[in-house]
Design a protein around this ligand. Structure first.
Ligand code: SF4
Ligand code: SF4
Length: 355
């Protein structure tokens, strides 16, 4: 059974949230994870341009300060995206991060995009798991001494929810790694809804969509499963066969997460923020209204335990299986079950309140 430390958002003038974050990190054992002069990758999602529900920079600053206080050398990091957007290459990604509030003058730490200028700076990590024998991880993640993964917990259309497993599994993969995780997920066009406007064709950078008999058609040989066309279609005509593909996607994500922390099992810490929770992830260029009241912040050395605890807290607060209700065809437990199976972490946990 793994320990998951938890603090809620209640605060007082004497014990504000910044103080509580410090207490949470301390209880979660950050001082044993990060040694003096450890170059520490603080993995975060900076948010797509237009999104505003990502973790607030002032909270990140507090965590950075703590890492520095105990002797670590932190850098803020993420990787380039597979889809076309405001974080497709390192230049636009850093610009987006700064515009979203992560300027050096705010967070007091440099930003390094871990998979290089165009998402191909990789290190192969041998994992010998069920699907992958080796995985393609962003070079500067592998190069770092320690990882602190800060995760904004949200819903997700392919995995039900996106937590710590997704933040590192997908978020620390190179472009090749992301493509490998997505490649079996081919959407399809519901012909009765398609009006042949071609908007999806303009969006698809892989040339996977064409018009046949006035209706869009996706070539699964060319499609990488980035899911972008689903967002762009004004008629909601592009769909994914969730039942077939989501379990594999989640398993792949868990195996990639294993590759990210391989060799850093004792120098990784996970922090999940359960606030501003939306039905979709921060990759969207917008933030819809939140779907639940803010719950709190969790910290653990185990990415499976912290995600299990996060989803349990959300379901307890809403008295229902919230993300299952939003994405009825997605069984999000695959990432947790497979994560435990491959020794990424444990689903059994003990919540320890930090007050
Ligand atoms: S068809 Fe859609 S999911 Fe496939 S590559 Fe093109 S945009 Fe991405
Ligand atoms: S964007 Fe939607 S409606 Fe337009 S062509 Fe593509 S699938 Fe059809």
């Amino acid at each position: 059974m793994k320990n998951v430390f938890f603090t809620d958002f209640h605060s007082t003038p004497r014990k504000n949230l910044f103080k509580k974050i410090e207490m949470l990190l301390n209880k979660a054992g950050i001082e044993e994870k990060i040694k003096k002069n450890d170059i520490t990758a603080v993995k975060i999602h900076f948010g797509e341009m237009g999104n505003h529900s990502f973790i607030r920079p002032v909270f990140v600053k507090k965590i950075i300060e703590y890492v520095k206080k105990i002797g670590g050398k932190p850098f803020l990091t993420d990787t380039t995206t597979l889809y076309t957007g405001s974080r497709t290459d390192a230049v636009s990604h850093i610009e987006t991060a700064i515009k979203n509030g992560f300027a050096y003058s705010v967070v007091n730490v440099p930003i390094i995009i871990a998979d290089g200028l165009r998402g191909n700076a990789s290190s192969s990590v041998i994992i010998n798991k069920e699907i992958f024998k080796e995985v393609s991880i962003a070079h500067e993640i592998v190069n770092a001494d320690a990882i602190v993964a800060l995760t904004h917990f949200t819903g997700h259309e392919l995995s039900g929810f996106g937590g710590a497993i997704k933040n590192i599994g997908m978020g620390c993969a190179t472009r090749k790694g992301k493509l490998e995780q997505h490649s079996n997920v081919s959407p399809f066009v519901k012909k009765s809804k398609c009006v042949g406007c071609k908007k999806c064709i303009e969006w698809c950078r892989y040339g996977a969509i064409s018009i046949v008999d006035k209706k869009a058609q996706i070539n699964s040989e060319l499609c990488v499963g980035c899911g972008e066309c689903i967002l762009t279609c004004p008629e909601n005509a592009i769909m994914i066969n969730w039942n077939e593909t989501s379990p594999v996607f989640q398993k792949k994500m868990a195996e990639y997460a294993f590759g990210v922390i391989k060799g850093k099992e004792n120098s990784s810490l996970f922090v999940n923020f359960l606030n501003n929770i939306t039905s979709h992830c921060d990759c969207y260029p917008m933030s819809d209204k939140t779907i639940i009241e803010d719950i709190g912040i969790l910290a653990s050395s185990d990415p499976v335990a912290i995600d299990q605890a996060s989803i349990d807290l959300i379901n307890k607060a809403t008295k229902k299986d919230l993300f299952r209700e939003i994405y009825p065809n997605i069984d999000y437990t695959y990432q947790l079950i497979h994560g435990e199976k491959i020794a990424l972490g444990k689903r059994m946990y003990k919540i320890i309140k930090v007050e």
